[in-house]
Structures are given as C-alpha cells and as structure tokens.
Design a protein around this ligand. Structure first.
Ligand code: SF4
Length: 65
C-alpha cells in the first residue's frame, strides 16, 4: 500500500500541504499535478512521489487544471 502524505512530513510542510484545503475552489482533485483516478479520496501527486494526497487537500504548488 502507498502511505498517505503526512502534514508534518518535511517536504509537505515546506509546501504547506494540508489534507483539507482552506479554499473550496482549490483542491488537489482540481490540480494539474494530481495523478491516479478521478473520484478516489487519496491519490498520487507528482510533487510527492511515493505518497498519496487527499483529493480535498491543497499545497502551495497548486496549479489549476
Ligand atoms: Fe495537491 Fe499540491 Fe499535489 Fe497539487 S501539487 S495535487 S495541490 S499536493
């Protein structure tokens, strides 16, 4: 299984990653860098290889689709 990215992971913290976006218009599920399958709750992200991010999350690398 692929582990979930922790908010206190140093790389996550460096990009201010959170599981719940503070902005409902900016979610990982709407980011160009998300991977995996639409609708999944936890998905790979090209910025955080080897970890899964929350579809409702956000980080400062967010880029709208
Ligand atoms: Fe989410 Fe950041 Fe990955 Fe975009 S780059 S999918 S905002 S963790």
């Amino acid at each position: 299984d692929i582990p979930h990215l922790a908010e206190d992971d140093p790389q996550a913290a460096a990009l201010k990653y959170v599981h719940k976006s503070p902005d409902d218009s900016k979610h990982c599920s709407g980011c160009l860098l998300i991977q995996g399958t639409d609708g999944d709750e936890w998905r790979p992200c090209s910025v955080f290889p080897g970890k899964l991010v929350s579809a409702t999350g956000w980080c400062s690398a967010f880029a709208p689709k």
